[in-house]
Design a protein around this ligand. Structure first.
Ligand code: CUA
Length: 158
């Protein structure tokens, strides 16, 4: 093989390697810049010590428009409040979930709702229940000795 061809081939790989180094440096810079970290919206930050004393609405479900609901949920060791919520098929529900103590996981079985419940933050997630039935709200973040009993219920009626 012509030695100039080999050089061109080698040069190609050298440029490729330099390009990859550049790409990695950009990624490292991006990470260090802080933009890569998840920072909760200031509006959703909350003092976890006041969750039970007025810093967060009492756990409840509220109809804000026909067929539209807002559910204020507290996940605490080892229960969900409210422990049961009832909706109708087609209802659009926005959940606001927080914790006064440790991290919990708000997972509604049979749906794609699965949010981390972090003290000091209000998680917000919206869904429309399309199928009737009983959905379990399961804590999927280990939160202590009673973690496996931290189960709530959502009943969706026709
Ligand atoms: Cu709450 Cu596990």
């Amino acid at each position: 093989m012509d030695k100039h061809v080999i050089e061109a081939y080698e040069r190609g790989w050298m440029y490729f390697s330099l390009l990859m180094i550049l790409v990695f440096l950009v990624f490292i810079g991006y990470t260090l810049s802080g933009y890569a970290f998840y920072v909760p919206d200031a509006a959703r930050r909350i003092d976890p010590t006041t969750v039970r004393t007025g810093g967060f609405p009492q756990p409840h479900v509220e109809e804000v428009a026909p067929g539209k609901y807002q559910a204020y949920v507290i996940g605490q060791a080892f229960t969900w409040l409210p422990s049961e919520m009832r909706f109708k098929v087609g209802d659009e529900v926005t959940f606001f979930v927080t914790s006064p103590d440790v991290q919990h996981g708000f997972y509604i079985h049979g749906t794609n709702i699965n949010v981390q419940v972090i003290p000091g933050e209000v998680a917000k997630v919206k869904t429309t229940f399309k199928r009737p039935g009983e959905y379990l709200v399961i804590c999927n973040e280990y939160c202590g000795i009673g973690h496996q009993n931290m189960i709530g219920r959502i009943v969706v009626e026709e």
